[in-house]
Design a protein around this ligand. Structure first.
Ligand code: PLP
Length: 497
């Protein structure tokens, strides 16, 4: 093809596209359509206008991408605008804009603490507590016994202190806020010594150097990425040093030729120089391997909050919605004078926890207090973490049976061994053995199946590997199996088109 021929073809395409673009109506013309009149009794014209503008924008994008099948109908060789389709799209857009955007999804990925899907699922008791706090007044900041004002975090301070073996506790909006607050209170304008191997980035938004800068503390990095010795810390201590910070490398581990300094060693060093030792633990596991009754052979490589305090940390910060299995919260436990200073910092008000999260945290902590060795049976995050392969196998077979009879001979439904992950930047190396259900078809690609599941009325999020869709029963909750089966109905109808 010569240069001229190819540019003619492009020109032809361009004129065809601009012809089609010119047929698109103006927003006002759509708004005046008789078929949209019924909407105006329920929603404002501006809402319909936004929906119409979006539909027209999408239509333009499709035309420019060379796909006009949904917007135009072919009539005697001419393309005529499909006005009904446009109006339908606007009605759907208005419906979407007037219903909640956040909705339930089925997490079939097997990643237990998935930040995109809301991290921890709350225990039933916590759900009731949230509903009660949301639907009526509460003693949020009121001491009913004495008839006077109170601090909201006092509802959980005693439980946290006793569960963690700490003198006191305070709770804020999330762990990022907890770290920011502690550093601002204890180290603003002064130096904080951190190992280079611990300057973590979590979920792309929590970068320790940035949090440090925002707090007004000055970062003093020591050691190399893979090795930081006690002597590295000791050499960095000057009269500008405010504290030593140890950060749990939540979402990665440096394995092989590496060396990190323990909380015990750092605590001894801090005592010698009269400095506080702070630990950002991230996940905040309270109960250990034994109380969780992990399946045989599964080792959890995650420090516990009580152990970290016992080893000599003066102040420890962790999340409420990771391995603790509660709501979004940032928990600070440790020495009373440090906790009290942190709680009375000016920024504490801006970073405070909301009442619904606090109600959930309170109820979850009471489960740990009431059933020290059985909390994991009630807290979904821990229940999923400790589920046995045998249980996985039973659930996988049930899914296989139901999908097998629904999908018919065009699809192959199987079970195969696999691994689930803790997620949320916790236990990065832990591979939890699971039994996956795999779905594949010679007629429908795995990508198409995955997309149909995702676009179902209750979206199902699945993994893909080797052109098979993989479903992990570990993260399925009550009611999810029916939603999953429903979602697969749209796979079969799409596939038959
Ligand atoms: C997750 C994590 C954070 C951030 O906690 P959020 O509760 O998400 O704000 C901070 N530090 C560490 C070490 C973490 O693992």
């Amino acid at each position: 093809m010569t240069h001229n021929e190819s540019s003619e073809a492009t020109n032809g395409q361009v004129s065809e596209q601009s012809k089609l673009l010119r047929q698109l109506p103006a927003v006002d013309k759509i708004l005046d359509s008789k078929d949209l009149e019924h909407l105006y009794s329920d929603v404002q014209r501006s809402v319909v206008s936004l929906a119409a503008a979006e539909v027209l924008g999408d239509a333009r994008t499709s035309i420019l991408a060379g796909d006009n099948s949904l917007i135009f109908v072919e009539e005697e060789g001419e393309k005529r605008l499909n006005e009904d389709a446009l109006i339908d799209a606007v009605v759907r857009g208005v419906e979407k804009m007037s219903s909640p955007s956040m909705r339930r999804v089925v997490n079939a990925t097997g990643v237990i603490i998935h930040t995109n899907f809301g991290r921890s699922v709350l225990a039933e008791e916590a759900v009731f507590a949230v509903a009660a706090a949301a639907s009526g007044y509460s003693n949020l900041e009121y001491d009913v016994d004495r008839g006077r004002r109170w601090k909201r975090w006092k509802h959980v301070a005693a439980s946290l202190a006793s569960l963690c073996g700490a003198e006191d506790a305070v709770v804020v909006n999330n762990n990022a806020a907890a770290v920011l607050l502690c550093l601002n209170e204890l180290a603003a304008g002064k130096e904080v010594i951190v190992s280079r191997g611990e300057l973590v980035e979590i979920g792309g938004s929590f970068r320790m150097p940035d949090v440090m800068a925002a707090s007004g503390a000055i970062l003093r990095e020591v050691g190399a990425t893979n090795k930081t010795r006690l002597s590295d810390y000791e050499r960095a201590i000057t009269d500008k040093t405010a504290l030593i910070l140890k950060v749990h490398t939540s979402n990665y581990r440096i394995v092989g030729f590496s060396e990190e300094t323990s909380v015990k060693e750092l605590s001894a060093l801090c005592q010698k120089f009269n400095l506080p030792l702070m630990v950002d633990l991230g996940s905040g596991l309270i109960g250990g391997q034994d109380s969780l009754r992990m399946p045989d052979g599964i080792k959890m490589d995650e420090p516990l909050v009580p152990d970290t305090l016992r080893d000599g940390a003066d102040i420890v910060a962790f999340s409420g919605d990771k391995l603790l299995g509660a709501s979004q919260a940032g928990i600070v436990v440790g020495k009373r004078n440090l906790v009290e200073r942190t709680a009375s910092n000016q920024m504490a008000r801006a970073l405070r926890i909301d009442k619904l999260s606090l109600a959930a945290l309170d109820a979850t902590l009471k489960l740990y207090t009431k059933w020290p060795t059985r909390a994991h049976e009630h807290i979904p995050t821990l229940a999923m973490l400790t589920m046995s392969v045998n249980e996985m196998s039973i659930r996988a077979e049930e899914i296989r049976t139901r999908l097998g009879s629904l999908l018919g001979s065009d699809f192959e439904v199987d079970v195969e061994p696999g691994v689930s992950k803790a997620g949320g930047g916790t236990l990065p190396l832990l591979e939890l053995p699971t039994v996956l259900v795999s779905v594949s078809s010679p007629k429908v690609s795995a990508d198409a199946i995955e997309k149909a599941l995702r676009l179902a009325p209750t979206p199902v999020i699945a993994r893909i590997a080797e052109d098979k869709v993989l479903l992990d029963p570990r993260t399925l909750l009550d009611g999810d199996l029916d939603a999953l089966v429903d979602a697969f109905r749209s796979v079969t109808t799409n596939g038959n088109e």
